[in-house]
Design a protein around this ligand. Structure first.
Ligand code: HEM
Length: 155
């Protein structure tokens, strides 16, 4: 079964999504504040963060199509909407995560097209911060009131 394997990957990839976004965001924030030039590493970090987010999106779409929780929700909603976790994965998680990846993608391609370093940094900071906030809300943290999942999952 590929589903449990992809669930493990989706879980672990969350840390890469967060790490790469934070790395790009940190560099852009410092670059913006210190008025420095836009270096190749800034571009690399921005592209890596965007690509990792896209990979997570693809894995997410597969999970969404195969998830027993999601299919139960669509089969039995609105009754199933009584269970908050079912509604969370079927509507909230996909909605917020999809929006966040769109924000990261739009921000990244806008920054790519801009010429002034200050513009590039500012665009990355604004779009990536918004994307990161949505991701932090939509992750099923072990302490989340919406749905809880482990910090890491093993095979
Ligand atoms: C940046 C984007 C995303 C992050 C950081 C993220 C993170 C996570 C995490 C940590 C889990 C828990 C995994 C586990 O049970 O061990 C999860 C589950 C899941 N995610 Fe995502 N996700 C993202 C995007 C998406 C998208 C876009 C979709 C749908 C298209 C999606 C669909 C799902 C589904 C269906 C589950 C599992 C539900 C189940 O237990 O059957 N995810 N996600």
């Amino acid at each position: 079964m590929i589903y449990p394997v992809l669930l493990v990957i989706h879980n672990a990839l969350r840390w890469l999504v967060l790490g790469s976004l934070l790395a790009s965001l940190g560099g852009s924030y410092v670059g913006w504040l210190r008025n420095r030039s836009y270096r190749p590493i800034d571009q690399t970090l921005r592209v890596i963060a965007t690509s990792v987010a896209h990979t997570q999106l693809l894995v997410g779409f597969y999970l969404y199509a195969k998830s027993p929780i999601v299919s139960y929700y669509w089969k039995f909603s609105p009754d199933a909407s009584e269970a908050p976790e079912f509604r969370f994965f079927s509507l909230i998680h996909i909605g917020l995560m999809f929006t966040s990846v769109v924000l990261v993608t739009v921000g990244s391609s806008k920054a790519k097209r801009q010429t002034l370093p200050q513009q590039k940094f500012k665009t990355t900071v604004i779009y990536f911060t918004l994307g990161l906030l949505l991701i932090l809300i939509a992750i099923p943290w072990p302490f989340s009131p919406l749905a809880t999942r482990p910090w890491l999952r093993s095979f």
